[in-house]
Design a protein around this ligand. Sequence first.
Ligand code: ATP
Ligand code: MG
Length: 431
Amino acid sequence: MPELDPPEGFRAIADRLESAGFEAWGVGGAIRDALLGVERADWDIATNARPEQVQGMFRRTVPLGIEHGTVGVISPDGAMYEVTTFRRDVETDGRHAVVEFAGSIDEDLSRRDFTINALAWRPATGEIRDPHGGREDLDRRILRAVGDPAERFAEDYLRVLRGLRFAGRYSLEIDPVTRTELEAAVSGLGRLSAERVREELLKGLAGPDAGEILALYADIGALETWYPELAAVARKDPRWASTLAAIDAIPAHRSSLRLVRLLLSLPRDGDPDGTQATELLDRLKCSNAETRRAVHLWREYLPLVSPADSAARIREWLSEVGVEHARDLFRLHFAVARAAGASESERVLLHSWRRVHDELVSGAPISLADLAVDGNDLIELGLPSGPLVGLMLEELSAQVIEDPSRNERETLLAEARELIELGALDVLDDI
Ligand code: ATP
Ligand code: MG
Protein backbone atom coordinates (compact mmCIF):
# COMPACT_ATOMS: atom_id res chain seq x y z
CA MET A 1 0.00 0.00 0.00
CA PRO A 2 1.65 3.28 -1.05
CA GLU A 3 1.56 6.13 1.45
CA LEU A 4 -1.38 8.39 0.76
CA ASP A 5 -0.50 12.00 1.30
CA PRO A 6 -3.67 14.10 1.49
CA PRO A 7 -3.66 17.87 1.92
CA GLU A 8 -3.65 19.20 5.49
CA GLY A 9 -7.18 20.55 5.17
CA PHE A 10 -8.51 17.12 4.32
CA ARG A 11 -6.86 15.61 7.40
CA ALA A 12 -8.19 18.35 9.65
CA ILE A 13 -11.77 17.85 8.46
CA ALA A 14 -11.54 14.05 8.65
CA ASP A 15 -10.08 14.22 12.18
CA ARG A 16 -12.88 16.47 13.32
CA LEU A 17 -15.55 14.11 11.96
CA GLU A 18 -13.86 11.07 13.48
CA SER A 19 -13.44 12.66 16.88
CA ALA A 20 -17.17 13.40 16.87
CA GLY A 21 -17.76 9.67 16.37
CA PHE A 22 -18.36 9.56 12.63
CA GLU A 23 -16.54 7.80 9.82
CA ALA A 24 -14.63 10.01 7.37
CA TRP A 25 -13.46 8.48 4.11
CA GLY A 26 -11.51 9.94 1.22
CA VAL A 27 -13.35 8.75 -1.89
CA GLY A 28 -13.45 8.64 -5.65
CA GLY A 29 -11.00 10.50 -7.82
CA ALA A 30 -8.76 11.53 -4.94
CA ILE A 31 -7.98 7.93 -4.00
CA ARG A 32 -7.71 6.83 -7.63
CA ASP A 33 -5.25 9.61 -8.39
CA ALA A 34 -3.28 9.11 -5.19
CA LEU A 35 -2.79 5.43 -6.04
CA LEU A 36 -1.68 6.44 -9.52
CA GLY A 37 0.69 9.03 -8.10
CA VAL A 38 -1.19 11.89 -9.82
CA GLU A 39 -1.20 15.17 -7.88
CA ARG A 40 -4.57 16.73 -7.16
CA ALA A 41 -6.00 19.37 -4.87
CA ASP A 42 -9.61 18.26 -4.34
CA TRP A 43 -10.12 15.36 -1.97
CA ASP A 44 -13.78 14.52 -1.51
CA ILE A 45 -14.97 13.11 1.80
CA ALA A 46 -17.77 10.59 2.39
CA THR A 47 -19.22 10.24 5.87
CA ASN A 48 -22.09 8.75 7.82
CA ALA A 49 -22.70 12.16 9.44
CA ARG A 50 -25.87 13.83 8.13
CA PRO A 51 -25.58 17.18 6.33
CA GLU A 52 -27.04 19.08 9.32
CA GLN A 53 -24.53 17.39 11.59
CA VAL A 54 -21.69 18.35 9.27
CA GLN A 55 -22.96 21.92 9.17
CA GLY A 56 -23.13 21.98 12.95
CA MET A 57 -19.60 20.71 13.36
CA PHE A 58 -17.66 23.24 11.28
CA ARG A 59 -17.46 26.97 11.53
CA ARG A 60 -17.46 27.73 7.81
CA THR A 61 -19.68 25.66 5.53
CA VAL A 62 -21.40 26.14 2.18
CA PRO A 63 -24.65 24.31 1.34
CA LEU A 64 -23.51 22.87 -2.00
CA GLY A 65 -26.40 20.44 -2.36
CA ILE A 66 -27.93 19.58 0.95
CA GLU A 67 -30.72 17.52 -0.66
CA HIS A 68 -28.00 15.34 -2.22
CA GLY A 69 -26.12 15.26 1.05
CA THR A 70 -23.23 17.55 0.10
CA VAL A 71 -21.83 20.26 2.35
CA GLY A 72 -18.81 22.33 1.40
CA VAL A 73 -16.49 22.67 4.37
CA ILE A 74 -13.85 25.39 4.38
CA SER A 75 -10.73 24.00 5.99
CA PRO A 76 -8.45 26.05 8.25
CA ASP A 77 -6.13 26.60 5.25
CA GLY A 78 -9.00 28.23 3.34
CA ALA A 79 -9.67 25.48 0.78
CA MET A 80 -13.13 23.99 0.37
CA TYR A 81 -13.75 20.26 0.65
CA GLU A 82 -16.93 18.48 -0.35
CA VAL A 83 -18.30 16.37 2.49
CA THR A 84 -21.10 14.07 1.36
CA THR A 85 -23.24 11.76 3.41
CA PHE A 86 -23.23 8.08 2.28
CA ARG A 87 -25.90 7.69 -0.38
CA ARG A 88 -27.80 5.11 -2.34
CA ASP A 89 -29.90 5.63 -5.46
CA VAL A 90 -33.59 4.95 -5.10
CA GLU A 91 -34.63 6.05 -8.56
CA THR A 92 -32.77 6.78 -11.79
CA ASP A 93 -33.95 7.79 -15.25
CA GLY A 94 -30.80 7.98 -17.33
CA ARG A 95 -30.01 11.58 -16.44
CA HIS A 96 -30.60 12.21 -12.75
CA ALA A 97 -31.04 10.20 -9.61
CA VAL A 98 -33.18 10.40 -6.53
CA VAL A 99 -30.95 9.47 -3.61
CA GLU A 100 -31.40 8.62 0.02
CA PHE A 101 -28.83 8.36 2.76
CA ALA A 102 -27.15 5.00 3.16
CA GLY A 103 -25.67 3.29 6.16
CA SER A 104 -22.24 2.25 4.96
CA ILE A 105 -19.35 3.26 2.80
CA ASP A 106 -19.71 0.04 0.82
CA GLU A 107 -23.25 0.93 -0.16
CA ASP A 108 -22.05 4.36 -1.17
CA LEU A 109 -19.27 2.88 -3.29
CA SER A 110 -21.64 0.55 -5.12
CA ARG A 111 -23.51 3.47 -6.69
CA ARG A 112 -20.32 4.87 -8.22
CA ASP A 113 -19.64 4.48 -11.91
CA PHE A 114 -16.33 2.69 -12.43
CA THR A 115 -14.30 0.37 -10.23
CA ILE A 116 -11.35 2.77 -10.26
CA ASN A 117 -13.66 5.47 -8.87
CA ALA A 118 -15.22 3.20 -6.26
CA LEU A 119 -12.30 3.27 -3.82
CA ALA A 120 -12.29 4.72 -0.34
CA TRP A 121 -9.59 5.30 2.26
CA ARG A 122 -10.13 6.06 5.93
CA PRO A 123 -7.24 8.11 7.29
CA ALA A 124 -8.16 7.35 10.91
CA THR A 125 -7.47 3.63 10.47
CA GLY A 126 -5.57 3.44 7.19
CA GLU A 127 -8.21 1.05 5.89
CA ILE A 128 -8.91 0.90 2.14
CA ARG A 129 -12.34 -0.19 0.91
CA ASP A 130 -12.26 -1.63 -2.57
CA PRO A 131 -15.27 -3.94 -2.94
CA HIS A 132 -15.22 -3.91 -6.76
CA GLY A 133 -11.57 -4.61 -7.47
CA GLY A 134 -10.67 -1.05 -8.43
CA ARG A 135 -7.04 -1.33 -7.40
CA GLU A 136 -6.42 -4.37 -9.50
CA ASP A 137 -8.10 -2.66 -12.43
CA LEU A 138 -5.92 0.39 -11.85
CA ASP A 139 -2.80 -1.77 -11.76
CA ARG A 140 -3.85 -3.56 -14.92
CA ARG A 141 -5.07 -0.33 -16.48
CA ILE A 142 -8.62 -1.48 -17.07
CA LEU A 143 -11.80 0.55 -17.12
CA ARG A 144 -14.70 -1.50 -15.80
CA ALA A 145 -18.16 -0.46 -14.69
CA VAL A 146 -19.22 -1.22 -11.13
CA GLY A 147 -21.79 -4.04 -11.30
CA ASP A 148 -23.77 -4.62 -14.49
CA PRO A 149 -22.48 -2.20 -17.14
CA ALA A 150 -25.73 -2.02 -19.14
CA GLU A 151 -27.70 -1.14 -16.02
CA ARG A 152 -25.15 1.39 -14.84
CA PHE A 153 -25.12 3.26 -18.15
CA ALA A 154 -28.90 3.21 -18.38
CA GLU A 155 -29.08 4.76 -14.90
CA ASP A 156 -27.03 7.72 -16.08
CA TYR A 157 -25.82 8.02 -19.66
CA LEU A 158 -23.23 10.59 -18.68
CA ARG A 159 -21.20 7.61 -17.47
CA VAL A 160 -20.57 6.74 -21.12
CA LEU A 161 -18.74 10.02 -21.64
CA ARG A 162 -17.08 9.90 -18.24
CA GLY A 163 -15.80 6.42 -19.03
CA LEU A 164 -14.22 7.63 -22.27
CA ARG A 165 -12.61 10.49 -20.38
CA PHE A 166 -11.09 8.21 -17.75
CA ALA A 167 -9.97 5.68 -20.37
CA GLY A 168 -8.27 8.41 -22.41
CA ARG A 169 -6.84 10.23 -19.44
CA TYR A 170 -5.29 7.19 -17.75
CA SER A 171 -4.62 5.06 -20.85
CA LEU A 172 -7.03 2.36 -19.74
CA GLU A 173 -8.13 -0.60 -21.80
CA ILE A 174 -11.92 -0.80 -21.68
CA ASP A 175 -13.01 -4.19 -20.34
CA PRO A 176 -14.78 -6.08 -23.19
CA VAL A 177 -18.20 -6.32 -21.53
CA THR A 178 -18.07 -2.71 -20.39
CA ARG A 179 -17.02 -1.70 -23.89
CA THR A 180 -19.86 -3.55 -25.59
CA GLU A 181 -22.42 -1.95 -23.28
CA LEU A 182 -20.77 1.42 -23.59
CA GLU A 183 -21.12 1.27 -27.36
CA ALA A 184 -24.75 0.21 -27.01
CA ALA A 185 -25.48 2.98 -24.50
CA VAL A 186 -24.29 5.67 -26.91
CA SER A 187 -27.85 5.71 -28.23
CA GLY A 188 -29.00 7.11 -24.87
CA LEU A 189 -26.76 10.17 -24.91
CA GLY A 190 -29.55 12.29 -26.36
CA ARG A 191 -31.34 12.09 -23.04
CA LEU A 192 -28.67 14.08 -21.25
CA SER A 193 -28.90 17.80 -20.71
CA ALA A 194 -26.74 20.05 -22.86
CA GLU A 195 -25.11 21.48 -19.75
CA ARG A 196 -23.81 18.14 -18.49
CA VAL A 197 -22.58 17.13 -21.93
CA ARG A 198 -20.80 20.47 -22.33
CA GLU A 199 -19.22 20.37 -18.88
CA GLU A 200 -18.04 16.83 -19.53
CA LEU A 201 -16.45 17.87 -22.84
CA LEU A 202 -14.74 20.82 -21.18
CA LYS A 203 -13.42 18.57 -18.41
CA GLY A 204 -11.92 16.33 -21.05
CA LEU A 205 -10.46 19.32 -22.86
CA ALA A 206 -9.02 20.74 -19.65
CA GLY A 207 -6.76 17.79 -18.88
CA PRO A 208 -3.89 15.87 -20.37
CA ASP A 209 -4.70 13.49 -23.23
CA ALA A 210 -7.66 15.49 -24.51
CA GLY A 211 -6.85 14.29 -28.04
CA GLU A 212 -6.99 10.67 -26.90
CA ILE A 213 -10.36 11.23 -25.24
CA LEU A 214 -11.80 12.75 -28.42
CA ALA A 215 -10.36 9.89 -30.46
CA LEU A 216 -12.27 7.51 -28.19
CA TYR A 217 -15.46 9.55 -28.61
CA ALA A 218 -15.07 9.08 -32.35
CA ASP A 219 -14.19 5.35 -32.19
CA ILE A 220 -17.12 4.48 -29.98
CA GLY A 221 -19.63 6.56 -31.93
CA ALA A 222 -20.13 9.01 -29.06
CA LEU A 223 -19.81 12.06 -31.33
CA GLU A 224 -22.91 11.27 -33.37
CA THR A 225 -25.62 12.57 -31.07
CA TRP A 226 -24.21 15.86 -29.85
CA TYR A 227 -21.49 16.54 -32.38
CA PRO A 228 -22.63 15.11 -35.74
CA GLU A 229 -20.56 17.68 -37.67
CA LEU A 230 -17.43 16.50 -35.87
CA ALA A 231 -18.43 12.87 -36.36
CA ALA A 232 -18.50 13.55 -40.11
CA VAL A 233 -15.01 15.07 -39.97
CA ALA A 234 -13.70 12.18 -37.86
CA ARG A 235 -15.08 9.64 -40.36
CA LYS A 236 -13.45 10.95 -43.47
CA ASP A 237 -11.19 13.92 -42.99
CA PRO A 238 -7.45 13.57 -42.44
CA ARG A 239 -7.63 16.87 -40.57
CA TRP A 240 -9.24 15.07 -37.63
CA ALA A 241 -5.95 13.49 -36.53
CA SER A 242 -4.01 16.72 -36.91
CA THR A 243 -6.71 18.58 -35.00
CA LEU A 244 -6.42 16.19 -32.06
CA ALA A 245 -2.65 16.60 -32.02
CA ALA A 246 -3.00 20.39 -32.19
CA ILE A 247 -5.45 20.37 -29.27
CA ASP A 248 -2.86 18.62 -27.12
CA ALA A 249 -0.29 21.23 -28.17
CA ILE A 250 -2.39 23.99 -26.54
CA PRO A 251 -1.83 24.26 -22.76
CA ALA A 252 -4.57 22.34 -20.93
CA HIS A 253 -5.67 25.32 -18.87
CA ARG A 254 -6.76 27.06 -22.08
CA SER A 255 -9.65 24.66 -22.53
CA SER A 256 -11.86 27.16 -24.35
CA LEU A 257 -9.10 27.72 -26.90
CA ARG A 258 -8.84 23.95 -27.25
CA LEU A 259 -12.54 23.93 -28.03
CA VAL A 260 -11.98 26.50 -30.79
CA ARG A 261 -9.17 24.32 -32.13
CA LEU A 262 -11.61 21.41 -32.19
CA LEU A 263 -14.17 23.49 -34.10
CA LEU A 264 -11.51 24.50 -36.62
CA SER A 265 -11.63 20.94 -37.96
CA LEU A 266 -15.05 21.80 -39.42
CA PRO A 267 -14.90 22.55 -43.15
CA ARG A 268 -14.58 26.20 -44.19
CA ASP A 269 -15.59 25.52 -47.80
CA GLY A 270 -19.18 26.58 -48.19
CA ASP A 271 -19.34 27.81 -44.60
CA PRO A 272 -17.04 30.81 -44.28
CA ASP A 273 -19.07 32.28 -41.42
CA GLY A 274 -18.79 29.23 -39.22
CA THR A 275 -22.48 28.39 -39.14
CA GLN A 276 -21.71 24.82 -38.13
CA ALA A 277 -19.53 25.98 -35.27
CA THR A 278 -22.22 28.37 -34.09
CA GLU A 279 -24.88 25.67 -34.22
CA LEU A 280 -22.73 23.26 -32.27
CA LEU A 281 -22.05 25.79 -29.50
CA ASP A 282 -25.71 26.79 -29.37
CA ARG A 283 -26.65 23.13 -29.06
CA LEU A 284 -24.32 22.88 -26.05
CA LYS A 285 -25.99 26.00 -24.63
CA CYS A 286 -22.73 27.86 -24.37
CA SER A 287 -23.16 31.45 -23.24
CA ASN A 288 -23.58 34.10 -25.93
CA ALA A 289 -20.28 35.69 -24.98
CA GLU A 290 -18.46 32.37 -25.23
CA THR A 291 -20.02 31.53 -28.56
CA ARG A 292 -19.31 34.97 -29.96
CA ARG A 293 -15.67 34.78 -28.99
CA ALA A 294 -15.18 31.22 -30.28
CA VAL A 295 -16.86 31.88 -33.62
CA HIS A 296 -14.96 35.13 -34.02
CA LEU A 297 -11.66 33.26 -33.58
CA TRP A 298 -12.93 30.57 -35.96
CA ARG A 299 -13.67 33.15 -38.67
CA GLU A 300 -10.52 35.20 -38.22
CA TYR A 301 -8.24 32.16 -38.06
CA LEU A 302 -7.42 32.75 -41.72
CA PRO A 303 -5.79 34.68 -43.24
CA LEU A 304 -2.99 35.32 -40.80
CA VAL A 305 -0.36 38.00 -41.35
CA SER A 306 3.07 36.99 -42.60
CA PRO A 307 6.53 38.42 -41.95
CA ALA A 308 6.54 40.00 -45.43
CA ASP A 309 3.49 42.14 -44.67
CA SER A 310 3.87 45.90 -44.24
CA ALA A 311 3.43 47.45 -40.82
CA ALA A 312 0.27 49.10 -42.17
CA ARG A 313 -1.12 45.71 -43.23
CA ILE A 314 -0.34 44.28 -39.81
CA ARG A 315 -2.19 47.13 -38.10
CA GLU A 316 -5.08 46.63 -40.49
CA TRP A 317 -5.17 42.94 -39.57
CA LEU A 318 -5.10 43.82 -35.88
CA SER A 319 -8.02 46.17 -36.30
CA GLU A 320 -9.98 43.49 -38.21
CA VAL A 321 -9.42 40.66 -35.75
CA GLY A 322 -9.44 42.86 -32.63
CA VAL A 323 -6.34 43.55 -30.59
CA GLU A 324 -7.55 41.33 -27.75
CA HIS A 325 -7.82 38.27 -30.03
CA ALA A 326 -4.47 38.49 -31.79
CA ARG A 327 -2.56 36.41 -29.27
CA ASP A 328 -5.16 33.63 -29.25
CA LEU A 329 -5.11 33.46 -33.04
CA PHE A 330 -1.37 33.01 -32.94
CA ARG A 331 -1.68 30.39 -30.21
CA LEU A 332 -4.02 28.41 -32.46
CA HIS A 333 -1.55 28.55 -35.34
CA PHE A 334 1.44 27.77 -33.16
CA ALA A 335 -0.30 24.65 -31.85
CA VAL A 336 -0.68 23.28 -35.36
CA ALA A 337 2.96 23.90 -36.23
CA ARG A 338 4.17 22.42 -32.97
CA ALA A 339 1.96 19.34 -33.27
CA ALA A 340 3.21 18.76 -36.81
CA GLY A 341 6.82 19.19 -35.68
CA ALA A 342 7.11 21.88 -38.36
CA SER A 343 9.94 23.98 -36.99
CA GLU A 344 10.15 26.13 -40.12
CA SER A 345 6.46 27.09 -39.76
CA GLU A 346 7.07 27.81 -36.10
CA ARG A 347 9.96 30.07 -36.99
CA VAL A 348 7.84 31.98 -39.51
CA LEU A 349 5.02 32.29 -36.99
CA LEU A 350 7.38 33.57 -34.36
CA HIS A 351 8.67 36.17 -36.79
CA SER A 352 5.11 37.24 -37.66
CA TRP A 353 4.19 37.42 -34.01
CA ARG A 354 7.17 39.69 -33.29
CA ARG A 355 5.96 42.04 -36.02
CA VAL A 356 2.46 42.04 -34.54
CA HIS A 357 3.84 42.57 -31.08
CA ASP A 358 5.93 45.52 -32.28
CA GLU A 359 2.79 47.19 -33.62
CA LEU A 360 0.89 46.46 -30.42
CA VAL A 361 3.49 48.10 -28.21
CA SER A 362 4.29 50.95 -30.64
CA GLY A 363 1.24 52.89 -29.52
CA ALA A 364 0.20 53.30 -33.16
CA PRO A 365 -3.59 53.70 -33.50
CA ILE A 366 -5.35 50.45 -34.32
CA SER A 367 -8.90 50.51 -33.04
CA LEU A 368 -11.59 53.19 -33.22
CA ALA A 369 -10.94 53.97 -29.58
CA ASP A 370 -7.40 55.04 -30.50
CA LEU A 371 -8.69 57.65 -32.96
CA ALA A 372 -7.97 61.29 -32.07
CA VAL A 373 -11.61 62.21 -32.85
CA ASP A 374 -14.87 60.57 -31.87
CA GLY A 375 -18.46 60.51 -33.03
CA ASN A 376 -19.41 63.68 -31.17
CA ASP A 377 -16.72 65.64 -33.01
CA LEU A 378 -18.24 64.55 -36.32
CA ILE A 379 -21.76 65.46 -35.25
CA GLU A 380 -20.49 68.91 -34.32
CA LEU A 381 -19.16 69.21 -37.86
CA GLY A 382 -22.73 68.79 -39.04
CA LEU A 383 -22.89 65.07 -39.73
CA PRO A 384 -26.33 63.69 -38.80
CA SER A 385 -26.06 61.21 -35.96
CA GLY A 386 -26.65 57.69 -37.23
CA PRO A 387 -24.81 55.17 -39.38
CA LEU A 388 -22.87 57.81 -41.30
CA VAL A 389 -20.94 58.66 -38.15
CA GLY A 390 -19.72 55.09 -37.87
CA LEU A 391 -18.77 54.96 -41.52
CA MET A 392 -16.80 58.18 -41.23
CA LEU A 393 -14.97 56.93 -38.14
CA GLU A 394 -14.06 53.74 -39.96
CA GLU A 395 -12.78 55.69 -42.94
CA LEU A 396 -10.65 57.89 -40.69
CA SER A 397 -9.44 54.87 -38.77
CA ALA A 398 -8.38 53.14 -41.99
CA GLN A 399 -6.37 56.24 -42.85
CA VAL A 400 -4.52 56.38 -39.54
CA ILE A 401 -3.85 52.64 -39.58
CA GLU A 402 -2.18 53.26 -42.94
CA ASP A 403 -0.38 56.36 -41.68
CA PRO A 404 -0.29 56.83 -37.89
CA SER A 405 1.10 60.36 -38.24
CA ARG A 406 -2.36 61.46 -39.42
CA ASN A 407 -3.85 60.66 -36.00
CA GLU A 408 -4.07 64.34 -35.03
CA ARG A 409 -7.33 65.97 -34.13
CA GLU A 410 -7.00 68.89 -36.56
CA THR A 411 -5.85 66.71 -39.43
CA LEU A 412 -8.74 64.32 -38.98
CA LEU A 413 -11.34 67.06 -38.59
CA ALA A 414 -10.09 68.70 -41.78
CA GLU A 415 -10.27 65.34 -43.56
CA ALA A 416 -13.78 64.77 -42.27
CA ARG A 417 -14.91 68.23 -43.39
CA GLU A 418 -13.56 67.59 -46.84
CA LEU A 419 -15.25 64.21 -47.11
CA ILE A 420 -18.56 65.72 -46.02
CA GLU A 421 -18.27 68.53 -48.59
CA LEU A 422 -17.42 66.07 -51.33
CA GLY A 423 -20.45 64.04 -50.39
CA ALA A 424 -18.00 61.16 -50.28
CA LEU A 425 -19.92 59.37 -47.61
CA ASP A 426 -22.67 58.49 -50.05
CA VAL A 427 -20.07 56.57 -51.95
CA LEU A 428 -18.71 54.98 -48.78
CA ASP A 429 -22.19 53.90 -47.92
CA ASP A 430 -22.35 51.86 -51.11
CA ILE A 431 -19.17 49.86 -50.64
P1 ATP B 1 -12.06 14.27 -11.70
O1 ATP B 1 -12.54 15.24 -10.66
O2 ATP B 1 -10.62 14.01 -11.70
O3 ATP B 1 -12.68 14.48 -13.03
P2 ATP B 1 -13.52 12.43 -10.16
O4 ATP B 1 -13.43 10.95 -10.08
O5 ATP B 1 -13.23 13.22 -8.94
O6 ATP B 1 -12.64 12.84 -11.32
P3 ATP B 1 -16.07 13.69 -10.12
O7 ATP B 1 -16.98 13.96 -11.24
O8 ATP B 1 -15.48 14.80 -9.36
O9 ATP B 1 -14.94 12.75 -10.71
O10 ATP B 1 -16.86 12.73 -9.14
C1 ATP B 1 -16.33 12.24 -7.92
C2 ATP B 1 -16.70 10.79 -7.73
O11 ATP B 1 -18.12 10.66 -7.69
C3 ATP B 1 -16.25 9.88 -8.85
O12 ATP B 1 -14.95 9.39 -8.63
C4 ATP B 1 -17.27 8.77 -8.76
O13 ATP B 1 -16.98 7.88 -7.73
C5 ATP B 1 -18.54 9.49 -8.38
N1 ATP B 1 -19.34 9.92 -9.53
C6 ATP B 1 -19.33 11.14 -10.13
N2 ATP B 1 -20.20 11.20 -11.13
C7 ATP B 1 -20.81 10.00 -11.17
C8 ATP B 1 -21.84 9.43 -11.99
N3 ATP B 1 -22.39 10.13 -12.98
N4 ATP B 1 -22.22 8.16 -11.72
C9 ATP B 1 -21.67 7.46 -10.72
N5 ATP B 1 -20.70 7.92 -9.94
C10 ATP B 1 -20.27 9.18 -10.14
MG1 MG C 1 -13.69 15.48 -8.81
